[in-house]
Design a protein. Structure first.
Length: 507
């Protein structure tokens, strides 16, 4: 083997082991990390609230230590509390911390999902070279050759051969031929192959979602640094937001797969087929976790598709919102402010101790002005203000025209209402207003009449009434309101409250 070949292979291995997935499996505490993450994140529980995750990890540590694990000579357990461990796992790329429905949650990253799948395969049933796996490989190669070969005649010949085979099988069954049965061992191998293929899907879905989020962060970062005209930026980045699924290789691959698994009818067919498989007796030879995993394949596919589409919608929303609020000058100011804050932290943190009190900024600093303009002028004005004019023709009593445009004339309205009511216990306010003189039939007098009726005590009728009011300039207005019956002002039980109200109005 040449030197360059060895060196190139070694560099490739170094890059592979820098992958967070292999880094997780290579760590000293890998058994504990894999155990906790596998128990905490399940297909039914893809996201865990931050507080719940800390409590569950702390409980797992306490139980393992109480059982004697982590002692000298045993596989060590990590030191520190659950919060510190989760922070380390987020930094290592195994967990993702995000906000969902206003709650901070942890999710497994694509590297974390891949590491759990690798550990599960190695610790579980051993993968065997079986007829099912070889058939899957041969069918995949055959389909690849068919899709890659543009020869029409060759395609037609293959289809005709397949049709002939199907027709012969159909004729045999119609003549009473028996269906060829498959023994349980072969069925079991085929089921294990299906599980092997299905285990790869969660990590693939997670990688697609993370690639979309990474592209979103790159787009937003580029946008904040962009100084081009806003219109040009809007056109470019809104287009990228609409085509976000086509912006990454993982997104393009998922878009192709979505054409197969995105149809709800196809997912329903898959669920029915899986239920058919689980009804057969060979599945009793499988462990309970395997049967449960086989039954949940369709739901895990739906969940993965939903996760990717949610990441796509969120990325499009974030990019669109950022573009609409794009202000290069303001963004640069915010970036400079954040850099100043980080520089201040770098200066303060090395010399600070845990629990050090930080004095808050109670007021903004005062500008340091070197010189102000100063004047020695007299503060008094150069001349007094102009004296007010004296009016000789001021009248103490308002004119009749002024009074005509004033407020309600309560005394006259009350007297008119009492006269119109006569000896009756109640009086129709609308009828009383229609019978009033023009000087107290203004729009404002209608309001005053209703106010007096309210003070006297009134009741509503079931009909709608209209009245015509006349302004002082003889223009008319028509008003509609629910019919009202007011108590007679001459009634001794109600006149006291009304007199009191009238007295305050006169004052």
């Amino acid at each position: 083997m040449g030197t360059r070949g060895v060196e190139g292979a070694y560099q490739g291995a170094l890059r592979a082991f820098q992958n967070p997935m292999l880094d997780l499996l290579h760590r000293t505490y890998a058994p504990f990390v894999v155990t906790v993450l596998a128990m905490m994140f399940t297909p039914e529980r893809p996201a865990v609230a931050v507080a719940d995750a800390h409590a569950e990890i702390a409980d797992a540590l306490d139980r393992l230590r109480a059982a004697g694990h982590g002692d000298e000579g045993d596989q060590p357990l990590p030191a520190g509390n659950a919060r510190d461990l989760c922070r380390q796992w987020v930094h290592a790329g195994w967990l993702v911390r995000q906000v969902a429905d206003d709650v901070e949650v942890y999710r497994l990253s694509a590297h974390g999902v891949g590491a759990l799948e690798v550990a599960g395969r190695v610790g579980g049933a051993r993968t065997r070279v079986s007829e099912s796996r070889v058939r899957t490989l041969l069918e995949a190669v055959e389909r690849l050759a068919q899709d890659a070969d543009p020869d029409v005649m060759a395609r037609m010949a293959r289809l005709q051969t397949e049709i002939d085979q199907r027709r012969r099988e159909l004729d045999r069954l119609e003549r009473g031929g028996a269906v060829e049965t498959v023994d349980d061992d072969q069925l079991l191998e085929a089921a294990e192959n299906v599980l092997h293929l299905a285990r790869e899907l969660p990590a693939d879905f997670a990688r697609v979602a993370e690639s979309i989020k990474a592209m979103q962060r790159d787009v937003v970062a580029d946008l904040r640094q962009d100084v081009r005209p806003t219109g040009e930026v809007l056109r470019e980045y809104l287009e990228r937001g609409r085509q976000i699924m086509d912006a990454t290789p993982e997104g393009r691959a998922f878009a192709g797969a979505l054409r197969l698994i995105g149809d709800p009818a196809r997912i329903d067919d898959l669920s029915n087929l899986l239920r058919t498989v689980l009804r057969h007796g060979f599945t009793h030879q499988m462990a309970e976790p395997q049967r449960r995993e086989l039954a949940e394949i369709a739901r895990r596919i739906e969940q993965g598709v939903k996760e990717v589409l949610t990441a796509q919608r969120q990325a499009s929303h974030v990019i669109t919102t950022q573009v609409r609020n794009h202000d290069p000058m303001r963004d640069r100011q915010v970036d400079e402010l954040l850099r100043d804050v980080m520089a201040g932290f770098h200066t303060w943190v090395p010399g600070a101790r845990r629990g050090t009190v930080v004095d808050p900024l109670r007021r903004l600093p005062v500008a340091d002005v070197g010189q102000l303009r100063q004047t020695m002028n007299d503060l008094r004005p150069p001349q007094p203000p102009t004296p007010l004019r004296e009016w000789d023709d001021v009248e103490d009593v308002p004119s009749a025209d002024t009074r005509a445009w004033g407020g309600p004339q309560y005394a006259e309205l009350r007297a008119h209402l009492e006269e119109f009511a006569g000896d009756a216990d109640g009086v129709d306010v609308a009828a009383a207003f229609r019978a009033a003189a023009a000087r107290i039939r203004r729009p404002v007098d209608l309001l005053g009449l209703l106010e007096i009726a309210h003070d006297l005590g009134m009741s509503d009728t079931a009909e709608m009434v209209t009245v015509d009011a006349v302004r002082p300039d003889l223009t008319g207005r028509r008003f509609a309101f629910g019919g009202v019956l007011a108590a007679n002002p001459a009634h001794p039980a109600t006149s006291g409250a009304a007199d009191e109200s009238q007295g305050s109005d006169d004052e």
